[in-house]
Write a protein that binds this ligand. Structure first.
Ligand code: HEC
Length: 225
């Protein structure tokens, strides 16, 4: 009985000390069991820093930086500067959006096909390289949707080799060129957008390469499965 009361008191004291002060206010910093990243060496906003020659902690953007989504000012553009290749606001034409009005277009835009400097064998090579860098991890080197990430849980990456992938009447399997372009720019569903990483011209090169993959498979008699 004695031990019962002693252990009762002991447990009671532990419970009160652990939970008794919950809700009460204190000037002291809280007890941090996992401090995580609360405490780290960093320059606070508007603070000085001896690390930089000018003694300022806050840094100015690098010269000529253009924020994402902004156009280069008209003056620079007039002076012959090319428009920001990554921006989403270059224009509303087919070349920049993959859309004609409200609908996805099909076929490569004239800005590509009309320029022999751009539209040559190197264009497809470029597309292959960009595809393998940006898309193959999920969509597979062959385009079958079974890239290396399929082993780690990304199971729904679109399969460019499925039956009907070259048949515009097959809405489930076919994606128009402009639709692929738009998905690269903005992403769709579980896929993130790559507009900030891949220039407009490279996006079209990837579209052309995906078509090449599909056509090659078809010509080789590999049924688009
Ligand atoms: C991190 C993985 C990942 C990468 C990298 C990736 N995708 Fe995807 N993609 C997906 C997933 C997942 C889906 C299915 C999205 C959904 O339906 O929710 C998808 C869907 C698509 C679709 C079909 C969208 C539709 O209309 O249904 C296209 C086209 C596509 N991707 C093209 C590309 C291209 C081109 C690249 C390279 C620039 C790329 N993806 C890079 C994961 C990825």
């Amino acid at each position: 009985m004695k031990y019962f009361f002693l252990s009762f008191l002991f447990i009671g004291a532990i419970i009160v000390s652990a939970f008794g002060t919950r809700g009460s206010k204190s000037e002291q910093p809280p007890l941090e069991i996992f401090p995580d990243m609360d405490h780290q060496a960093k320059v606070k906003y508007q603070a000085a820093s001896e690390f930089f020659a000018d003694g300022r902690g806050a840094r100015l953007p690098v010269k000529n930086t253009v924020p994402m989504g902004f156009d280069i000012p008209a003056k620079a553009a007039a002076a012959g500067a090319s428009p920001a290749p990554f921006a989403f606001t270059n224009g509303l034409d087919y070349y920049n959006t993959g859309k004609m009005g409200d609908f996805y277009g099909d076929g490569l835009p004239a800005e590509i096909t009309g320029d022999p400097q751009v539209f040559n064998a190197d264009f497809l090579k470029r597309g292959e390289q960009r595809y393998n860098i940006n898309c193959a991890i999920c969509h597979g080197t062959s385009g079958n949707g079974k890239g290396v990430t399929s082993k780690y849980g990304i199971l729904t990456a679109f399969n460019f080799m499925q039956a009907g992938a070259l048949d515009p009447a097959n809405a489930a399997a076919y994606r128009a060129d402009g639709a692929i372009f738009d998905v690269i720019t903005h992403g769709k569903g579980l896929m993130g957008g790559y507009g900030g990483n891949i220039t407009v011209r490279d996006r079209w090169a990837i579209v052309a390469y995906i078509r090449a993959l599909q056509t090659a498979a078809k010509e080789a008699g590999v049924t688009l499965q």
